[in-house]
Design a binder for this molecule. Structure first.
Ligand code: GLC
Length: 658
């Protein structure tokens, strides 16, 4: 008796690849021999793109089937690098022996800012049905999980990070039925769904807050309330301390009804919840449980380090040594010793970890912006006391602010900071952009876009890609009149450009039709970047080479064992060059070389290399800015004379067996 095992591989969608997929298998896994054809029948049952292969296996047998994608559409030519050889290769063996790892160690996470991804209703702002309509795109891109920035009921003072009902969907985005459809469709397609969890504060329009203002129990102490220190001569109440909000200005707002101040680390419309109150802790656990029971695959925990403040609030925070006295209410004017990273935060995180552990394979990733790496690492916990699966690695945003700060050496030391400080046995991650930072192409230069995606997807760890980075979207200039971000607005017309987060939140550029295919409306909630006519998904699918195609190749490439579990080494680091190698079994190696400078350079990978490299390598991928005949993919190149254009990244395959 036999069953049909069907492999459905979607790798050639929308013309991204122009050669059939190749499927190879472990031949004699668990003593079972099965026949297979190397040249599978490829049935194109999906317009241009779906490939289906059928195998017959005895019922009840266990086996390992390794499905591999021929990234470059290479046929069996002499140039084929080792890694594309089939069945008996070391790669296949190690695949079958590989220890089981949680899904998030294999997958690429893609952050969706729902308001800007895709509008299904023609209202000018994105929604859940819009996301559903683009799931195939994400799947084809090789994404394994989506993280949704908040979609809960909210007055939108901070665009969803001010929540008035943690267990419902804001009508702007749709409703719970839409959410369930989204979750179901994602799971059907093998995509995980990660929710944004915002525990530090609610909206001031949350029923808890309104009842707390009224001192209605049990809500009376759901928030951080304080009596005034006294009153000024004019009769104005004086806040209990000098604490300031992340968004600038005093962190205390006076409420006439209660004759008390309440505390808010962000906007006044985002009052901080009181985690010393056991009801609040229970409420938050119930919220997590609510979404876990729905079947979500994990959480991104927002602003976690702000969860607690010292209990005795009648203390000032010290003035920062580099404080700008003209702006005493700027967040940077104080050293935040009393309002962040308090020890109790870790107890609460532990409770959440324990709750998540009652389910299978749930991811907890936490947002911690902190200059002190030890503080950030504390959120991993340790083997005995695991906390987050990882805190976000913001070093490439925080430490490297612009092109001048990005050199081969500074990249290396930035990567080292994470790798050297990460607790034993923990897993790294790489973040190059998000809804709070500028787009990576604007921060570092558009010539570096492919190279940065190579870095993010090929270093060991989980890559987290912000929507649009796969096509190289850049910041959009937004006038003061169009500015929406409360952080920008609070700085006024003169300073808003420095602080506004709007430039990186503009609508996704799908095609060259009006409003970039984002909406059928004539207006969008934030302006669309003028470059959308040429910089868009459709154009990049159709182009012979594009950021999108490089990105897609990277998501495939990282499935190779060398990238999943291979060793990491750095053969050459100079001011202009950052290079790293990933290898398994001392025979198969990939080399990634990045020219961090803006100039064309010749790189000699043998000079100053800290281990012996072969004479040549085969080009697997190169930045789209490189049009040289010599580096066309599949070409063999000399490692002593690697020609690289400014900002270029190259991925080479090396045969190190000889
Ligand atoms: C986090 C979010 C940011 C938000 C803030 C307040 O830092 O990433 O967008 O404004 O928390 O919730």
């Amino acid at each position: 008796m036999s069953i049909i095992f069907m492999v459905i591989a979607i790798g050639n969608m929308c013309g991204m690849y122009d050669k059939p997929l190749q499927i190879v298998s472990d031949r004699e896994s668990k003593g079972l021999t099965f026949s297979h054809s190397k040249n599978l029948d490829v049935v194109d049952s999906y317009g241009t793109s779906r490939h289906i292969a059928k195998y017959a296996f005895p019922l009840g047998s266990t086996f390992t089937l390794s499905v591999r994608f021929d990234l470059l559409g290479m046929s069996s030519s002499d140039k084929r690098p080792r890694l594309f050889q089939s069945s008996d290769s070391a790669t296949s063996e190690s695949v079958s022996k590989r220890k089981r790892v949680p899904w998030w160690q294999n997958e690429v996470i893609y952050q969706i800012y729902p308001r800007s991804f895709k509008d299904s209703k023609g209202l000018g702002s994105g929604d859940l049905k819009g996301i559903i309509s683009k799931l195939d795109y994400l799947k084809e891109l090789g994404i394994g999980a989506i993280w949704l920035s908040p979609i809960y009921t909210s007055p939108m003072a901070d665009f969803g990070y001010d929540i008035s009902n943690f267990m419902d969907i804001d009508p702007v985005f749709g409703n719970m039925t839409d959410f369930e459809e989204l979750l179901g469709s994602c799971h059907e397609k093998g995509l995980k769904v990660i929710m944004d969890f915002v525990p530090n504060h609610s909206s001031n329009e949350h029923e808890w807050f309104m009842k707390s203002v009224q001192m209605e129990d049990p809500y009376t102490d759901y928030y951080i309330w304080s009596d005034p220190l006294g009153f000024t001569e004019k009769g104005d109440p004086i806040p209990p301390n000098n604490w300031v909000s992340v968004f600038r200005g005093s962190a205390w707002t006076w409420v006439e009804e209660r004759q008390q101040f309440y505390f808010h680390q962000f906007l006044a419309k985002q009052p901080d919840l009181n985690f010393r109150n056991s009801h609040v802790r229970e409420e938050m656990k119930n919220i997590l449980k609510f979404w876990l029971d729905k079947g979500v695959d994990g959480f991104r925990i927002d602003a976690l380090k702000h969860l607690f403040e010292v209990e005795d609030i009648y203390q000032d925070e010290p003035i920062a040594s580099d404080s700008n006295l003209n702006y005493p209410f700027d967040y940077g004017s104080l050293c935040h010793t009393l309002t962040v990273n308090q020890p109790e935060t870790f107890d609460v995180l532990k409770e959440w970890r324990e709750l998540a552990s009652q389910y299978t394979d749930k991811l907890l990733m936490v947002e911690i912006y902190d200059g002190e790496i030890e503080q950030v690492m504390n959120y991993y916990g340790n083997e005995r006391n695991p906390l987050a699966d990882f805190p976000f690695n913001f070093l490439m945003i925080d430490k490297l602010k612009n092109r001048t700060e990005l050199t081969g050496k500074s990249l290396k030391s930035t990567v080292d900071i994470w790798m050297d400080n990460m607790p034993e046995g923990k897993w790294p991650n790489w973040v190059l952009g998000n809804h709070d930072s500028g787009r990576m192409g604007s921060r570092f230069g558009e010539d570096l876009i492919d190279a940065l995606n190579m870095l993010c997807l090929l270093l060991p760890g989980t890559p987290i890609t912000y929507y649009g980075e796969e096509i190289g979207m850049i910041n959009t200039w937004i006038s003061w009149k169009d500015t929406q971000d409360p952080q920008g607005c609070r700085y006024g017309p003169k300073l808003y450009e420095k602080y506004s987060r709007d430039p990186a939140r503009t609508p996704m550029q799908w095609d060259s039709t009006s409003c970039a295919g984002f909406t059928t409306h004539t207006e969008t909630w934030l302006p669309i970047n003028e470059n959308y006519k040429t910089l868009n998904v459709k154009a990049q699918i159709e182009a012979a080479s594009s950021h999108l195609k490089i990105y897609r190749s990277l998501t495939l490439l990282r499935k190779e064992e060398a990238f999943r579990s291979g060793k990491l080494s750095y053969p050459v680091i100079t001011n202009d060059v950052f290079s790293f190698a990933r290898s398994v079994n001392d025979c198969e190696m990939y080399l990634v070389v990045i020219n961090t400078s803006e100039n064309n350079i010749m790189v000699n990978m043998h000079k100053n290399a800290n281990f012996r490299l072969p004479d040549t390598g085969v080009v697997i991928l190169r930045s789209i800015t490189d049009s040289s005949e010599n580096t066309v993919p599949h070409s063999e190149v000399s490692l002593s004379n690697l020609e690289m254009v400014g900002g270029e990244g190259l991925v080479l395959s090396l045969d190190i067996q000889s």
